[in-house]
Write a protein that binds this ligand. Structure first.
Ligand SMILES: Nc1ncnc2c1ncn2[C@@H]1O[C@H](COP(=O)(O)OP(=O)(O)OP(=O)(O)O)[C@@H](O)[C@H]1O
Ligand SMILES: [Mg+2]
Length: 279
């Protein structure tokens, strides 16, 4: 089991609820994530959300990224523009733009080619044009997108659009990235590319935090160090708003950052499957 230390809070989610009209979609969502530090290693955080269709994952993600104002509650992230007080980093309410977001529909700029989109994503970067070009070309080659760099979104396949959307956020966002079903519709090779990108993001900064949703339980167990199940508490009854029904802390279970998929991982997959079916 890897030794690790829990440090500052990097995400504090308190009593979130969202309603559309008179229908409550999610209710009383609470969780907190800390920066987990592994001695001698840069270790970001990977948090997965699982839940049956319609339980509110995408809705919660829009709240986490500040795109949607919740009816109740708040989402706090550390405010690094202020000095720590009493050893604590002050917190701020998340705002649109603080967190990179790749939505389920992977919205792209219709009138920009892949290359132009990535260049636009780097607009705030201080690097020279030559450096930006080099960085973009490296990513395009790593992600198998070189050949389509001058194509527009309507000339790309679903998987190519998805990887473009992820790359855009990778180049433009800060430490946080929320990805809604980043693996859906990808072929086996593309899944490996996105997994490799997660690994890269994780290794490049201690505070880097990826939050993603998926319907692939095994993938979540392989990649995440913290898994939340969003479901209905009373599946058969009237309480049909989504809320967190389970949290699996893979660090505490000794299953995080594992090179192999062990029988214990498989057992967790089965537990999660039951939890999903019951909620
Ligand atoms: N803008 C909206 N207006 C009204 N209802 C909405 C709106 N957006 C989502 N909903 C409803 O909220 C519920 C949760 O939707 P959401 O997209 O968050 O689910 P999800 O867990 O992401 O599902 P999936 O796994 O299929 O992506 C659904 O019943 C959906 O119909
Ligand atoms: Mg969704």
């Amino acid at each position: 089991m890897t030794t690790y230390e829990r440090r500052d809070t990097i995400l504090h989610v308190e009593n979130i609820s969202v309603s559309y009209g008179n229908k409550t979609i999610i209710r009383n969502v609470n969780f907190e994530e800390k920066d987990t530090a592994v001695p001698g290693k840069v270790q970001g955080q990977v948090i997965a959300f699982l839940g049956r269709s319609g339980r509110g994952k995408s809705t919660l993600f829009r709240v986490l990224t500040g795109l949607e104002k919740p009816a109740t509650g708040k989402v706090l992230i550390p405010d690094y523009s202020r000095q720590p007080a009493n050893g604590q980093q002050p917190a701020k309410v998340v705002e649109e733009g603080d967190v990179g977001f790749v939505d389920q529909k992977y919205t792209l700029f219709r009138h920009k080619t892949l290359y132009q989109s990535l260049l636009f994503a780097l607009r705030k970067s201080m690097s020279s044009t030559a450096e930006k070009h080099g960085r973009i070309m490296q990513y395009l080659s790593d992600w198998g997108l070189e050949k389509i760099k001058d194509q527009y979104p309507n000339e790309m396949s679903g998987g190519q659009r998805q990887r473009t959307a992820i790359l855009e956020q990778l180049l433009s966002s800060g430490n946080y990235m929320v990805l809604d079903e980043p693996f859906s519709g990808l072929d086996v090779g593309n899944i490996e590319n996105v997994k490799a990108a997660f690994e890269l993001i994780n290794r490049s900064h201690e505070l880097n935090t990826i939050i993603f949703s998926t319907h692939d339980i095994e993938l979540a167990v392989q990649l995440a160090d913290s898994i939340y199940i969003l479901g209905h508490k009373n599946c058969a009854g009237s309480d049909d708003a989504g809320t967190i029904v389970h949290h699996y802390d893979l660090k505490a279970l000794g299953l995080a950052w594992h090179p192999n998929f062990t029988p214990q991982h498989l057992e967790l997959v089965q537990n999660i499957r039951s939890s999903l079916l019951a909620s």
